[in-house]
Design a protein around this ligand. Structure first.
Ligand code: NAD
Length: 493
């Protein structure tokens, strides 16, 4: 059971049909506290998702007929319970993902923003069309659209926001009358499993929200299951492309948010310098760079290179790396040892290709009590060329690759040259450059004087090129994803 914060959660359950259930399987994966490197639970890997999908399918029959206002009451109760358990959820997020308490509080806040958005569902559903007297004859014909829920949705989510990203989808999906099976990342399912119990306590009928643990095999079983009508997936581009193809091959609705490499362009007129630097540092290093909206390249234009290069390195050197649950820590570990090795390998390759380390986080020494954690310090690489792997591929770690261009046009051309299109930012005091950048950059989310361009839930979560597959985005767009419009026409003689 996951009834509260603990140093060891033992063998983790699934949450199916309104309760925790023990899972019998031949495969379990360890889940860690990345800050200590210690195993804090065992994650069952299921290939058979029939029980969970069956519970969700049965629940859909009744749940889809529960009046909208009753569905809102459950959500309001869930919101109150989440707030009541805020500190516990924050600590679990911090412990299992490795994010600092500040980052975990931010995630909690963003998850609650999505609840608030879903509480506005009646007004979102009210966008219907009715035209009276579209045709006549011996009686007039009226025509209208009504929005209907569709059934069971699979929600498959990445490790970096184990509560916020499921909450982009679950509150909206269920308030619109669907039922869901969530498969959180196998790396850190503790907090979502705890939150599942709050759905039970909020009074949601059994089967409306279910959580199955596992890895890609479990996710594939969900995607292929005949009773699953749609798949909302967020994760890497490699897996996202497979999910997109597989879901389409099985005739499912699908929404895929994927990887990123977000350019941050700094113009020579960017100011005030202290705020610009602080924003760049928090963008690159919060959550140890493991955010799909984290900047991926620092693009310094003209004189901005001389002005900002050393300021950024000096501030990066001061970032306090340490155990994530300590209040003073500014940057915690990476999520896994594999992630740490992968990022260190990318840094090594970049140096081999000619990049110059101004700050090398591979040498960072944390407090010896936490030496077994998966830490990397802030890294700043100068002299990065546009064709190096470190400039083109997602690092998902605390690394700032610096690229230098002479003009705005060259910087913009580079910003648009990559395969991703999640976000892009510019720092400038010139309205002309800001407007030109926003207009011409090929990215779903654009930041002006902010390094992390995160849209609130009343806006779609954009994404282009290989950062997104599908038509409807997460957040507000998902109202259309989780419902279908039926056209009803009739006459009365
Ligand atoms: P990942 O792709 O490794 O895993 C994501 C989910 O997919 C997990 O639940 C995993 O178990 C599952 N999965 C693994 N193999 C699968 C398969 N073959 N079929 C179906 N599902 C499978 O991603 P991650 O490492 O957990 O997360 C980091 C990635 O997510 C980064 O690339 C990041 O940019 C991206 N991300 C994107 C957004 C966005 O909105 N665009 C948001 C957050 C994270």
């Amino acid at each position: 059971m996951v009834r509260g914060f603990s140093d060891n959660y033992g063998r983790l359950p699934n949450y199916i049909d309104g309760r925790y259930v023990e899972v019998y399987t031949d495969r379990y994966l360890p889940t860690y506290d990345p800050g200590t490197g210690r195993v804090i639970g065992e994650v069952p890997v299921l290939k058979d998702v029939d029980v969970a999908v069956g519970a969700a399918a049965r629940a859909f029959e009744k749940w889809s007929r529960v009046p909208v206002y009753d569905r809102l009451q459950y959500l309001a109760r869930l919101k109150a319970l989440m707030e009541e358990h805020r500190d516990e959820i924050v600590r679990m997020l911090s412990q299992n993902v490795g994010k600092t308490l500040t980052d975990a509080r931010g995630e909690f806040r963003r998850a609650m923003d999505s609840v608030d958005m879903a509480l506005g569902t009646p007004s979102l559903m009210a966008q219907v069309l009715k035209v009276m007297n579209v045709a006549g004859g011996d009686a007039e014909i009226d025509m209208e659209t009504v929005r209907e829920p569709l059934g069971v949705f699979a929600i498959i989510t990445p490790f970096n926001f184990p509560v916020m990203i499921p909450f982009w989808f679950i509150p909206l999906a269920v308030t619109l009358g669907n039922t869901v099976v969530l498969k959180p990342s196998e790396l850190d399912p503790v907090a979502p499993l705890f939150v599942a119990s709050l759905f039970e306590r909020a009074g949601y009928p059994p089967g409306v929200v279910n959580v199955v643990t596992g890895d890609g095999a479990t996710a594939e079983a969900l995607i292929k299951h005949p009773e699953v009508v749609g798949v909302a997936f967020v994760g890497s581009t490699r897996v996202g492309q497979q999910v997109y193809a597989m879901a389409a091959a099985h005739g499912k609705r699908v929404l895929v948010g994927a990887g990123a490499k977000n350019p941050v362009v700094v113009m020579p007129d960017a100011a005030p310098a202290d705020k610009v630097v602080e924003n760049i540092i928090s963008g690159f290093f919060n959550l140890s760079g493991q955010r799909c909206l984290a900047p991926g390249n620092l693009v310094l234009v003209g004189d901005a290179y001389a002005k900002y290069r050393d300021l950024v390195v000096d501030r990066a050197r001061k970032v306090r790396v340490g155990y994530q649950l300590h209040e003073e820590t500014e940057m915690g570990p990476l999520v896994s040892d594999a992630a740490r090795k992968r990022v260190a390998g990318m840094v090594e390759k970049a140096i081999g290709e000619g990049a110059k380390p101004l700050l090398d986080g591979r040498d960072y020494r944390v407090d010896p009590a936490y030496a077994s954690g998966f830490y990397l310090g802030p890294t700043v690489l100068d002299g990065v060329a546009p064709d190096m792997e470190i400039a083109r591929e997602e690092v998902f770690g605390p690394v700032i690759p610096i690229l230098r261009f002479d003009t705005f046009e060259e910087a913009l051309e580079f910003a648009n040259s990559g395969k991703y299109g999640n976000a892009a930012s510019i720092f400038t005091t010139s309205g002309k450059y800001a407007r030109e950048f926003a207009r011409r950059v090929n990215a779903g989310n654009v930041g002006i004087n902010m390094s992390v361009a995160q849209p609130l839930p009343f806006f779609p979560f954009g994404g282009r090129k290989q950062s997104f597959f599908g038509v409807l985005h997460a957040q507000i767009d998902a109202v259309d994803f989780f419902t279908d419009r039926k056209v009803v026409m009739g006459r009365w003689w």
